[in-house]
Structure formats: C-alpha cells, structure tokens
Design a binder for this molecule. Sequence first.
Ligand code: BGC
Length: 769
Amino acid sequence: MHQDYIKAAKWSILEEGFDNDRIKSSESLFSIGNGAMGQRANFEEDYSGDTFQGSYIAGIYYPDKTRVGWWKNGYPEYFAKVLNAPNWIGIKVSVNGENLDLNTCKSVTEFKRELNMKEGWYQRSFTATLPNNITIKVQSTRFLSLDLDEIGAIRYNITPINAEAEISLSPYIDADITNEDSNWDDQFWEILTIENDANGALISTRTLKTDFHVATGMINRLSLNNEELNISAKQSTSANKISFTYTVSVSKENTLTLDKFGGYTVSTNHKKNKLNKASKAALQKAFTIGFEKLLKQQKKDWKAIWDMADIEIEGDLKAQQGIRFNIFQLNQTYLGKDARLNIGPKGFTGEKYGGSTYWDTEAYCLPFYMSTKNQEVAKSLLTYRYQHLDKAIENAEKLGFSNGAALYPMVTMNGEECHNEWEITFEEIHRNGAMTYAIYNYVKYTGDFSYIPEKGLEVMIAIARFWQQRANFSSERGKYVILGVTGPNEYENNVNNNHYTNYLAKWCIEYCLQAIDKVKLEYASDYNRIWKATNLSDIELTKWEDVAKNMYFPYCEKYQVYLQQDGFLDKDLITLNNLDTAERPINQKWSWDRILRSPYIKQADTLQGMYMFDDEYSREELKRHFDFYEPFTVHESSLSPCVHSIIAARLGNMDQAYEFYLRTSRLDLDDYNKEVEEGCHITSMAGTWMSIVEGFGGMKVIDNKLSFVPQIPKQWKSYSFKINFRGNVLQINVSKKETTFNLIKGDSLTILVNGNVLKVTDHKEIVSF
Ligand code: BGC
C-alpha cells in the first residue's frame, strides 16, 4: 500500500492531523523553492522528533571526498554535493519559560499544513498544550520570493488561548550545519564573520575547497494584534549562531506576530567583498516592502507561471492535484533564468543525488521547459552542456579515449564526473546519447537549426567520436558490438549490446553526419571553423559510417522483439504478476545479487528508445515490445512509469496509460517507492507532464508541424493545456466528444489532428470525435 494522508484539492497540498511518523515525508512534500534556493518544510521552532533538516542554494556545492571499498582507476576523487546551507528559518519559541517542541507537547490538535501552489506559499497551523498547561495557537506562513530571489519571508503568529503568557520569540541564524549524506562527516562550511544591528544579522560563510561565499541574513519585525512593537531584542552570539530574543507579555486571545525575512546572497552573483553589503541591502529592501506586499507580488508572479504552464483536469481531483504538484515543483526548482544552473533529480527537497545534473535533464525535462517557457530557456539547458564540453573530453581521455571523444558525466555539478560506482560511472554510457538527442529534440521543436553550427555540432562530433571508439568489430558476428555497459535499467550491469545503447550510438553518429552535411552546405564559415577546430577528416567520417551501418542489435525471432541485451532470454522469465507484492520494491527487499540475476527491469530501457524514436517502429512492433517488457518492469526509478504511460496511450490502451499516469503524477504524494522522506523526484515530474501532453494529447512535431492525436481517460471529463510553439501559444482542450484548439498568441498555425491538416486562428477550431 502506498501512503494516502495527503488530502486532495485542486490547488493545494493539504495535511491534517499531527503524526510524528509523517514529519519527514511532509518535510519533502511541502518543500518550497524559487529557482535560486529551496528548503524542506522544517518547523521554525525546535523539534526533538525525527526530522531531516535541509535548506539548499542553487549551484553551491562541495566536493565530498569519495568513499569506496575498492578504488578503481578512472574513479572521480569526489562526489559533488549540494550543501545543506545555514538555517535562517529558525525561531525558538518559549511560553512562560517552556520551550515549544511539538514532540513534547501534552497535545497537538488542529494541526494543518497547506502548500498553496497557485500562489506559491506554505502554511502550517496548530493548537498545542505545552507541559506547563498553557495552550497556544500558531500559524506560520512562509514563501521564497520569486521576485527577490535572495529573499524568503516568514510570518509567525502565536496566540495564547487559556491564559496570559510571557512569550519569547528568538529568531536565529545557525551556520553549524552539515549534510546527512556527508562521506567523512566533514564540516563543509567555514564561518567568516557574524554581523548584527538592532533587528538584523548575518553570518557570512565560505565552503571549504570550492570557496563559494554565502551570506545568510535575517531581519525581524514584531507586532501585537497587528500593531508594530518597538522593543529591543536580547542578542546572543556563539561561534556559528546568532539569535535575537524578543519577550512580550501577551494576553489571552491576543496575537504576537514575528515577520522574519531571511535568505542568501552568494558569491556566484556578487563580488565576495560586497557580499555582506548585498545581503543587508536585499534584506532591507524586503523589510521595507513588508510581508504582505511581498506576498502579493508572489501571487502575481506565480499567476504568470501558471498562465502558461497549468494543466486543468476536470472530473478527477487526485489527477488534477498530481499534475499541478509536478508543474509547481519543476518551477520551484528551475526557472531557466541562469544558464549555469540545472535541474537536480531531487531539486531542493533533499540531499540524495547531490542536487547535481543527470541525463534526466536532456531526456525528460527539456520538452516541459521548451513548451511551457520558451526557446531561450531550452537553449540555456543545451548551453549548459556545451560549456562542459572540454571537461567531457577530459573525462573520456581519463578512460582511454582520444582524438576529442567526449563522455559526458553521469552526475555533475561543474562538468566533471562525480559518480563513483563503476557500473554507472564507466558503464552507463547511454547518457552521452541523451546530449545529442536533446539537441535534435530542440531543433525539431523550435525549428532553430542555427544552434547546431553555433554550438551543438561540436558537442555532437565529440559524442560521435566516443561511440565510434567505444564500439568494436566482432569478427564472430561481422558487426560492431558495444560491450560492458549498463543500460537505463540499472538492475543489470556489465551487459553486452544493450539495445538502447547500441541504438543511440548508431543514431548519434548518423544524426551528426547529417548535420555536418547541412552545416557544410548552409553555414560554410561555421563549417570551416568547426572542421579545423575538431581536426575532422573524411577518413574519420568513413569509420563512423561503418560503425553506424553495421551496428549489432540482439533480436529474438521467436518473440519478434529486440532483446534488451545479449542473453536476456536466459533469465528465469517469471513475470511480475507471479511475484508476491511483499517482495517489492525489490531494491529494498532483495540482495543486489538476486536483483542482477532476475529478469526485473528497474525502468524503461528498450522501451525508452522506442518512446524516443517511435517513428522508426510500427504500431505492431511497439505493441509487441510493450507487451514483452512491461510484465518485467518494476518501475523502481521515478523515470519509468511516464514512459510506459505514453507508450500505452500511443497504443490506445488508455486504462493502462491512466494507471501509469497516476503512478507518475502521484509518485511522491502517495509515496509509491517508499522513499519520499529523502526528497521528491523532481526530474521525473517533467515526465508526468509528457504523459498528458505527449501521451493523452498525442503531441509530436511532424515535419515542422505540431501534431495531436487526442484521447481522454474515461475517469476525466476534460483536460486542457497550453503549448508555446515557435512563438505561438496554442491552447488545447480535450473532452469526451471534441477537442478545441485556440490560438492565444500568434496569427495562425497549421497543425495536424489525427493526421488531418487544421489551420488554427485566434478563434476556436473544434474537432469532434
Ligand atoms: C535512475 C537514473 C536517473 C537517476 C536520477 C536513478 O535511479 O536509474 O536513470 O538518472 O536515478 O534520477
């Protein structure tokens, strides 16, 4: 059973009732972020129960020294970790001298959390009776400003209910912070200075090794029943913490309010010697604007995001909440404003995966950002990898490749590989193909080929070189083979001829060759520049061609399917419906040895390729492969159900498509994989979006035209979404009897619907079923 305590609502994530066992899960689910920073939904006041503290800053990392049993040549020295940053949200609360800690209260009632996705804020409220029998009501609202992205704001209201009480509120900054996943229990932060004035303070710190400087600040305002109070705080400072204490006698039913503004300024955006000044200026600005006006702006800014990105579903509240949660979290993580940043698989909701960049961005996230933001944002994501090309070439050199071949890292912060499990670092090389695929996808969607001569081609050449060198000719088979790899299915290692990998290798080479021809014809000066810079020769291109033409693909005549890898059929092919559900998830129940020998597939693998290149396969072929692989797929990677949902929809199997859709969209809300405590799965959330748009909506780009094959799950009345396509904004509304297309921006757009040409203008074009 998956968890089901989150209440369904159209625009909010809701929790009611206090339960110690759910704290960590809710800390993940109610996380907030603004693209520049993010934090788990930790309590402001002390909490002695089980909790996972986390506040993270985009792009600020630490190279944590690798810890492995047996060192292998080629391993990176470090694993780059997104850092748990100094805590600025903390407010210690004491009532008649008794510390407020929900874990030790006599009772906690009316506990409620709301994450308001429409407006971008998080609120928690409760009534608690402390051990000294004073009952208080608390309501705390906080948000990370989209407008001032170095600033977050908290409004903390506290009301004594049954007696007058002396209440002390102590907002603080705590820089004594570590990561739970630190390899050697290292301290990552060094304290530089602590500064304070009457109502504000900052602690400036630097990360060891990477030398990022960060100023963490706060400024406070106190009021009683909405009247500002001018009382001075008792200040206390230790080596890594500064705290202000405001003490007020509060009558029964009166409300004491602390507005605390806090946040980070970082040396990636400011000169180091100006950082503290910048922090004070940002805080002062927020303080002058005030909580309410900042919140008003926040609502406006989220409205602008939703105006373009929302997907509305009628008739299915859980599905509606699911998709909005996914779209909300993606926008909390990455807004496309800064080409140095990327989309970590856990965003700002946890430490796991180091907040680093994976192939997830290219294979899953790009379409969402391309369609719901714009071409520039998509280009920023591509440029991120272009800027890492030299590092990818160095990485390949370390592993023995030459002549400018590049192997992009599996996990990275700055272009260097920082993953260190041999089966992934050295073997999961399919990620390289996703880089070229993303360029292809961008060009196909935007029509902007000019990115290829400008930047893309150099990346594509380096990748094609890698594939040519990585394949070897098998005289036994008379074909090129790729040995010793891990496919997307990480439950198999060191396999030979993984279909997905071999296919991508062949495709990357062919696509690069085509691009070279086009650049030669149409962009002569770029062609000359690139040809020289990369030292290409016709002899080399002939070698590439030979590899692509003669690539080997394991195939089974009996079942008429491509095999995931050599020898797949030797496995004990017991389908999952014969496996006791108590055995799952297998990655938590079984030994690794048992997993490796089993036929069970962690995530879409052969089917991943068939989703990406589905024009190459007939419907019958696709169905055969889906029917063959789905019964073995455990979907223990968040990236998996969305691909199966899309394929099921393409096959017209809407019931199954819907089931996978729910699984992908509510993966975290319902905690299917029993790990949400560690953080949410952000990158796969873009896959949820694809499940609706590409799966149910059947959207593709065919010959420079948007094409749709709309279907609707029987559980839904209708759904609608918007697409930014080459500067036009198209709204699509699908109901059981018809689909309407409305051009909201642009003069006219010719699209395909179920294969027929339709010209859409600014009035509604309707296609009936
Ligand atoms: C998946 C990878 C993915 C990574 C980060 C792993 O569990 O198997 O494909 O890149 O998570 O999302």
